[in-house]
Every structure is written in C-alpha cells, then in structure tokens.
Write a protein that binds this ligand. Structure first.
Ligand SMILES: Nc1ncnc2c1ncn2[C@@H]1O[C@H](COP(=O)(O)OP(=O)(O)OP(=O)(O)O)[C@@H](O)[C@H]1O
Ligand SMILES: [Mg+2]
Ligand SMILES: [Zn+2]
Length: 253
C-alpha cells in the first residue's frame, strides 16, 4: 500500500516511536492509516517486539507447566518423581522407559535404582505430549481397598479407566489370595485390551521370581503367564535397572 490512495479514502503514513519498558531499546513502527484517523493518538506499545514475544512465550510455558501439574495430580504421581535431575544419574534407565512407553513394561532391579522415577518420568512424558491418561498406584497403598468387598469394584473401574496404569512395587509384600485375584484381573484387563491399555510395573525382582511371594501359586503362575505372552508378543518390554539381562525364558532386552 505504501501510502497510496485506495478506492475511497486517502491514507497517510503514521510512525510510532517508543522505548521498551523491559530492555530500554528504542523501536519504531510505521503503518498506513486512513487520513480521517490522522489526529488520533495511538497508544504507545509497552515493549519492543522481541520482549513482547518473549513475554507471550513465557506465559505459554507457565500455562503448559500448570496443565502438566494438574495432569500429574490426576495421575497421582508423587511430587518427588515429577522432576528429573540428570546430574543425579539414572539417565539411561529413564530414557529406556520413555523409549518403551508405547507398550507395557516390567522394570526391575535392586532398591533405590530409580525404577519408580523412570516409570513416572515416562508418564510425565506421555502427559506432556498429551497422548495418554495415566494412573500411578503403589501396590501397598491400594491393597486394602482392592481387597475390600465394597470398595474394590469402584477402585478396579477407576484404575482401568486410564490408558496407562503404573503398579509400583509389585509383589513387594506378601500377596494374599484376594489381592492376587484382583491383580490378575487388572493384568488380564490390560492383556485383553483392544485399546492401547498398558501396565508399567516396578519390582525389585524379575517377573519369574514373584511366584514365591504369592499365597496362591496358581494365581502367580497365571499372572506370569500373561506377562510372558505380552513379552513374546512384543507388547511388554523387560527392563533391568541393574543392567543385567532378564533371566526369564522370553527374556529380551
Ligand atoms: N536423576 C534423578 N533425578 C531426580 N531424583 C533422582 C534421580 N536419581 C535418583 N533420584 C531419587 O532417588 C530416589 C530413588 O529412586 P526411586 O525411588 O525411583 O528408586 P527405586 O528403584 O524405585 O527404589 P525402590 O526399589 O526402593 O522403590 C528417589 O527419591 C528419586 O527421586
Ligand atoms: Mg520404587
Ligand atoms: Zn525489549
């Protein structure tokens, strides 16, 4: 347009000069306006283009961070596992879990190896991308509700409403017959899922070794059988936090 006459009204060039309230840089902007607005005082911009863009981006980042925190709250992910500090190590395990997040996972290894952290970090990654809903549950925390005749159906339904179910410290304590049945039902629901339902499990032992902790050995056998099928179908990754190979018959790294 550059100040030329348009169809009906004449336009004039107007220039604004201002100083950025943030960085102090001077900026000017020239634009065409219809000449009837020539006397109108345009408001001075507060910031330069660069600072304004940075301010908008910072606000967007804050919004995204708030949204992620809300999702993490809904997922019941403990605060300590939401943030990762590469300087504290466990970088490889975290990445391995993020890379395997499209399927189920059996994450095992000695205490304090960062297994729960890695699972939760994979969950944070999913929540950030917005691909899946997640629910974190420590077995010892849900065991009594899960085996309570009244409350169990509600908790089962709730746990299975999420795409990703994190079962933390699987079979860490003795598994009663009643708890074993509920755990089998959860695993079986994931196994039979037509949607991309996944279960991410942390344990201090390999899947084969959980049998010794079940009161009902048959129940343990059925659960292990489901895991083995998922592993051989390529739907479950077996991830050692100790860096050792999995001893199970379908073991793959
Ligand atoms: N890179 C890291 N960034 C932040 N925290 C870390 C990091 N590495 C380890 N930690 C912390 O170390 C502790 C141990 O990690 P975590 O609880 O995930 O281990 P674990 O293998 O699940 O142990 P357990 O078998 O006892 O459940 C946690 O408090 C975790 O937050
Ligand atoms: Mg843990
Ligand atoms: Zn500026």
């Amino acid at each position: 347009m550059s100040g030329h006459q348009t169809t009906n009204s004449a336009s004039i060039s107007k220039t604004l000069n201002w100083r950025c309230k943030n960085c102090g840089e001077y900026e000017s902007m020239t634009f065409d306006i219809p000449d009837i607005l020539a006397k109108y005082d345009f408001p001075q911009p507060r910031l330069c283009t660069k600072c304004e863009r940075a301010e908008i981006e910072a606000a967007n980042r804050r919004t995204r961070r708030d949204q992620l925190e809300t999702l993490a709250d809904q997922a019941a992910i403990p605060q300590t596992f939401r943030r990762f500090d590469a300087a504290r190590g466990n970088v490889g395990l975290r990445q391995r879990c993020i890379d395997s997040a499209a399927g189920s996972m059996w994450i095992y290894g000695a205490r304090g190896r960062g297994k729960t952290l890695a699972a939760c970090q994979a969950a944070m990654d999913e929540l950030e991308i917005g691909t899946a809903s997640v629910r974190f549950a420590r077995i010892v925390d849900i065991a009594s509700t899960l085996t309570d005749r009244e409350r169990s159906p509600y908790l089962m339904r709730e746990l299975l409403a999420f795409r990703v179910l994190i079962l933390d410290d699987f079979a860490a304590a003795r598994v009663s017959d009643a708890l074993g049945q509920r755990l089998y039902a959860l695993i079986d629901a994931v196994y039979n899922s037509k949607t991309q339902r996944r279960v991410w499990i942390t344990s201090d032992v390999a899947a084969d070794a959980i049998a010794a902790r079940f009161d009902d050995a048959n129940c343990a056998g059925r659960i292990i059988g489901r895991f083995k099928r998922m592993v051989s179908d390529g739907r479950m990754a077996v991830i050692s936090a100790d860096g050792a190979e999995w001893a199970g018959s379908h073991g793959k790294r």
